[in-house]
Design a protein around this ligand. Structure first.
Ligand code: NAD
Length: 260
């Protein structure tokens, strides 16, 4: 059903973005990867994904905090694939601090990458989608698009903004064959989260197992991490024709976190 479509997945050299890119490629979608990392490793990754799934895999190193980079990436994807049918806005960063100590440059970076970048990718993509009367915009938000946690002011503000942007774009594109939805994961054990565990254990004087159960999964009733594969499967469903009537939604995949 998705075979032959073309996707851009931002922040797809690691974690959730890579999982989504892999799952799309496995369904026959040509994918443009984006994100930071070792150029040689990224080259190998592109070649491997392309060979395993028989699709085209390209890479653009756009820094999502830079509007000119974003425009260049979206133009390259259009010219190289001929179209961008599926846009997955995934790149994101985090910084944790009380508001009074929150460094303004960290606030600016989080708002730029986690929220403003989506405005740019979407505005460059929608005209082509409208012309072709088909498009899927999938924004990887967070449980923090729906609820807050202390010390994450910029992240929570950005992700709540993503929820509003998602609904607005959905309304504007509703009669054009385009859907726009947000996926809101709870904790996913990506390299980013994994790296925090030893430091948190040291800082709090508890074991790594206690960090997982008492800190990370305290908010998640299932007491299980959400997996990258589960998020990727939901993204693929939203990309498919069966999801044509699902638009403007905020899809929780958080082990019950926001049901409380
Ligand atoms: P990750 O750190 O594993 O991956 C982030 C990706 O974004 C990487 O490819 C990185 O290179 C890229 N990136 C970072 N800054 C960038 C920039 N300026 N320009 C281009 N690319 C950039 O993180 P992840 O956990 O996979 O998170 C992916 C998304 O999922 C983020 O939007 C995050 O907020 C969201 N999310 C994650 C979790 C979780 O628990 N891991 C939960 C909810 C939502």
């Amino acid at each position: 059903m998705l075979k032959g479509k073309n996707a851009v997945v931002t922040g797809s050299t690691s974690g959730i973005g890579l999982g989504v890119a892999r799952a799309l490629a496995a369904r026959g979608v040509n994918v443009m990867l984006n994100g930071f990392g070792d150029p040689a490793e990224i080259k190998v990754l592109c070649a491997r994904l392309a060979k395993e799934h028989g699709v085209r895999v390209e890479y653009h190193g756009a820094d999502m905090s830079k509007p000119a980079d974003i425009e260049a990436m979206m133009r390259q994807a259009e010219s190289s694939f001929g179209a961008v049918d599926i846009l997955v806005n995934n790149a994101g960063i985090q910084f944790v601090s009380p508001i009074e100590d929150f460094p303004p440059e960290k606030w600016d970076a989080i708002i730029a990458i986690n929220l403003v970048a989506l405005f740019h990718t979407i505005r460059h993509t929608v005209p082509g989608m409208k012309k072709r009367k088909w498009g899927r915009i999938i924004n990887i938000a967070s449980a923090h698009a729906l609820v807050a946690s202390p010390f994450k002011s910029a992240y929570v503000a950005a992700k709540h903004g993503v929820a509003g942007l998602t609904k607005t774009v959905a309304l504007e594109t509703a009669t054009s064959g385009i859907t726009c939805n947000a996926i809101c994961p709870g904790y996913v054990l990506t390299p980013l989260v994994e790296k925090q565990i030893p430091d948190t254990a040291k800082a709090r004087g508890i074991t790594e197992a206690q960090v997982v159960s008492d800190v990370l999964l305290a908010a998640q009733p299932t007491k299980q991490f959400v997996t990258v594969e589960q998020v990727a499967a939901l993204a693929c469903f939203l990309a498919g024709d069966d999801a044509a009537s699902i638009t403007g939604t905020i899809q929780s995949i958080d082990g019950g976190w926001t049901a409380q």
